[in-house]
Design a protein around this ligand. Structure first.
Ligand code: DGY
Length: 409
């Protein structure tokens, strides 16, 4: 454990590019929004000032409309595609044109409450920026009270089965020739397929052609699905932001109102046939019918549904190392392909925060033990095979190192 602690710190230090941390060398050479916040949480265990700098750097690229972009292209790296020339998201440094799950307030609150004196200046400056980002979500990514994503990449769970219906409706036939770089870094069997990449690009091109006018992206973009995972993360983040605001003596009525809106819409995400919270394709009017991460994250937002607990734990019992990112009994389950089955230390940690909130101590202990075992077996991989713990995706991954330091180890 002492050795793994040292290794985890070494990974974070090694991925530190000065003010921001890359997810891993090679595969992901820029600053990714939620990766970065998890890295900050990891740094907070041994270098708290550096942790706050990470989040400050992220918010320095916040757009005028409040959006915090999903990628910030600090220095051009030909090893990654699609880069800034493809995205054309504007900004200096340039950015992508979409966002990513808003975990900042959740983890910033933990950092702040861990050491109020050390964090006061940072959190005071960050608070209005986080409020502006959450307002952006409410204005541009909430439909009838439910959080939506306009690109699978915005969900952070790129190719999970949640998006299959929405992706089927995207025409990827006109994206032309391009050269993927991800499969030059890791095994193609662990990455999304070409048909998925064609469609990812088609959605980027559509947003770009709208100049990333987010009202248009929402209304006219080719992909629009509700995302229970983002919904529950956003709802939890609202509660945490309100708590931070109260601590700082701010008027938090607006933030509490957003939380109320999101909480009131939770029943609308219930898919009665699945018996769980589910993603829904607003274009084709179909449920995803996937028992997945979205349902598991409900606890994070203080939502519990007795009818769902037994279904979820049954799926969990089918694997050995953490929460599978797709239903192990689902037709498309694949234990190694990106978000279609593997276990992600970061998701396990978020889900565990939910277990802690709801008093599920035994589940929390089990998930922590399984995640630690998985890291002992497979190292600090991007994600792991939930059946045997073997490493998948990129190696020396910042967020897995961070989760070891903050929770699993
Ligand atoms: C990728 O390139 O796979 C990223 O997940 C996009 O954010």
């Amino acid at each position: 454990t002492v050795e793994l602690d040292a290794r985890a710190k070494e990974i974070l230090r090694g991925n530190d590019r000065g003010g921001y941390t890359v997810p891993t060398h090679g595969l992901y050479p820029y600053q990714w929004n939620w990766d970065s916040v998890f890295s900050a949480w990891g740094f907070s265990t041994f270098d708290l000032p550096r942790a706050w700098v990470e989040i400050e750097t992220l918010f320095a690229s916040q757009k005028a409309d409040g959006m915090v972009p999903h990628i910030i292209f600090h220095q051009v790296d030909p090893g990654y595609f699609p880069g800034p020339d493809v995205w054309q998201g504007g900004g200096e440094p340039p950015t992508s044109g979409i966002s990513q799950p808003p975990v900042a307030a959740i983890l910033a609150r933990l950092m702040w409450e861990g050491d109020r004196d050390a964090g006061r200046a940072a959190i005071t400056a960050l608070y209005p920026k986080m409020v502006a980002w959450h307002r952006w979500w409410m204005e541009h990514r909430v439909v009838d009270g439910v959080a939506v994503v306009t690109h699978p990449w915005e969900s952070g769970r790129d190719n999970c089965p949640d998006w299959d219906h929405g992706m089927a409706g995207v025409d990827g036939s006109n994206v032309g020739e391009y050269h993927r770089r991800d499969t030059g870094h890791v095994d193609a069997d662990m990455r999304p397929k070409k048909i998925d990449y064609d469609r990812y690009l088609a959605i980027v091109y559509a947003g770009r052609s709208m100049g990333w006018d987010q009202a248009r992206v929402l209304a006219e973009g080719p992909f629009l699905m509700t995302d229970p995972a983002v919904h529950f993360i956003l709802l939890r983040a609202m509660d945490d932001l309100a708590a931070i605001g109260r601590d700082l003596g701010q008027d938090v009525a607006e933030v509490e109102g957003w939380a109320e809106t999101l909480r009131a819409a939770v029943p609308d995400m219930w898919n009665p046939d699945l018996g769980a919270y589910d993603a829904y394709d607003l274009k084709s009017g179909q449920w995803a019918n996937n028992l997945g991460t979205g349902a598991w994250l409900s606890y994070l937002a203080g939502v519990e549904n007795a009818a769902m607990d037994a279904r979820l734990t049954k799926a969990w019992d089918k694997v050995r190392y953490g929460i599978p990112s797709a239903d192990p009994e689902g037709a498309t389950f694949n234990p190694k392909r990106y978000w279609r089955g593997p276990s992600w230390a970061v998701m396990n940690a978020l889900i565990a925060l939910g277990f802690q909130r709801m008093g599920h101590e035994a589940w929390d202990a089990r998930l922590r033990r399984e995640t630690a075992d998985m890291i002992r077996i497979g190292g600090f991989a991007e994600y792991h095979d939930p059946l045997d713990g073997s490493p998948c995706g990129g190696a020396n991954f910042s967020w897995t190192a961070a989760i070891w330091l903050t929770w699993a180890g």
